[in-house]
Structures are given as structure tokens and as C-alpha cells.
Design a protein around this ligand. Structure first.
Ligand code: AKG
Ligand code: MN
Length: 215
């Protein structure tokens, strides 16, 4: 793992200094604004960040309270952010871990891309296609409802879907290694989203959703 300790230059110079990245078209037909940016990171950069993140944050199973029962997921999570960014999700309060240098670097570059600031990031580690995430909206009361959420994908390509809350329209796409999905207001108000489970994927994936908590 030669890259792990000796390549800060990847983080400082790679993403936007040398290439111009544009946001894409809106993938939702109505009631939201969500753009998909493939290849934001190169294969090399994605591998670098994935390896670093596997060991530089503290991963733990997610604890959810559903129908009054505590559920512990196989999928692992890490909540990272500014010290005042606690977040209650599915009935469990999360206290943030401190930013690491590589997360700060990604945050800065995504802030430049979306032209908005983030103060926190939820990381999810999916071991393989048996791990997924059910239908939900990122609309908890602590989240700034008008701030965008930038979702960076590393590792295995996985199918992601949106479902309209009223007419149940489905829009799905594959989230590729190194891609970013930018969900802007009012996407969370009208659409739920999910990461679908599949038997066809046997390798891991890390997803990072950069968010803005109201403080
Ligand atoms: O893994 C993904 O692509 C989505 C994760 C997600 O929806 C979330 O963290 O709220
Ligand atoms: Mn979400």
C-alpha cells in the first residue's frame, strides 16, 4: 500500500486543478434537482481514497430503531463533522468523529463543485451486494433543507433508485467508482432514494454523503 502514506499530492492537486468538471443534467423528471457527475475521481484516485478511508475512520454497524425494536446493520457507518454537528438518525444520536486530511480535501473539492459549504459527512461501507440501504429521504430536522447533498461513490458500481413520494415514479441509475451524485432542494422533499441489494456484486463500496447540519 505504497500510496497510503506518501501521496498527499493526489489530494491537493488532482481534482479540479487539471480538469474542468461540469455538473450534468437533472436526472429527475420533476419535483427535484439531482445531477450525476461520472469520473469525478480517476480510478487511481478512487483506489487511493478507498484504501485510506477503510482504515482512517472508525467504522461501526448502524443501530436503527424500527417499530420500537433495535436493529444492527451489517453495513458499517461513520459520522464525521465539525464538533457541533450531532445528528439523530433513526432514533439514534450520532456524535461526529473529527475530519481526516483526506476527507477535508474531498470536502473542499466538492464544495467547489457544488458552490455550497458542508459541515459533516456520513460514510457508509457496503461489504458487497448483500449490504444496501432502504428507502428514505435525507430530510431529518437537523439538516439544512435547502443545502445540497453531495454523494461520492468509491469501489463497486451499484444501482441506486429514486421513488417519488406521491405517484411512485421510479428513476434508477448506476453509481460508478469515482462518481458524484448531487441532490439539490427540493429533491428530499418529494423523492425517497435507496441503494438496492444485489447478488451480482461481491466487492466492497464506500459512499460519502457530504451534508450541511443546521447549527
Ligand atoms: O450509498 C449510497 O449511495 C446512498 C447512501 C445514502 O443514501 C445515505 O447515506 O443517506
Ligand atoms: Mn440518503
Amino acid at each position: 500500500m505504497a500510496l497510503a502514506t506518501s501521496t498527499p499530492s493526489i489530494m491537493q492537486s488532482s481534482l479540479f486543478d487539471s480538469k474542468h468538471v461540469e455538473c450534468g443534467l437533472n436526472i429527475l423528471p420533476k419535483d427535484g434537482l439531482t445531477e450525476y457527475v461520472p469520473n469525478l475521481l480517476s480510478e487511481h484516485e478512487s483506489t487511493h481514497f478507498m484504501r485510506r478511508l477503510e482504515t482512517s475512520v472508525v467504522w461501526e454497524p448502524e443501530q436503527l430503531i424500527m417499530f420500537g425494536k433495535k436493529i444492527i446493520t451489517r453495513r458499517l457507518v461513520a459520522w464525521v463533522g465539525d464538533p457541533n454537528c450531532s445528528y439523530t438518525y433513526s432514533g439514534v444520536k450520532k456524535i461526529p468523529q473529527a475530519w481526516t486530511s483526506e476527507l477535508l480535501s474531498l470536502k473542499n473539492q466538492l464544495e467547489e463543485l457544488v458552490q455550497s459549504n458542508f459541515n459533516s459527512c456520513l460514510l457508509n461501507f457496503y461489504h458487497d451486494g448483500d449490504d444496501g440501504m432502504g428507502w428514505h429521504s435525507d430530510d431529518e430536522k437537523e439538516l439544512d433543507p435547502v443545502a445540497p447533498i453531495a454523494s461520492l461513490s468509491l469501489g463497486a458500481k451499484r444501482k441506486f433508485a429514486f421513488r417519488h413520494k406521491h405517484d411512485k415514479t421510479i428513476v434508477s441509475l448506476y453509481l460508478e467508482n469515482g462518481s458524484t451524485l448531487i441532490m439539490r432542494s427540493p429533491t428530499q422533499q418529494f423523492w425517497q432514494h435507496a441503494l438496492l441489494k444485489t447478488k451480482a456484486v461481491s466487492s466492497p463500496r464506500i459512499n460519502l454523503t457530504f451534508r450541511k447540519i443546521l447549527t
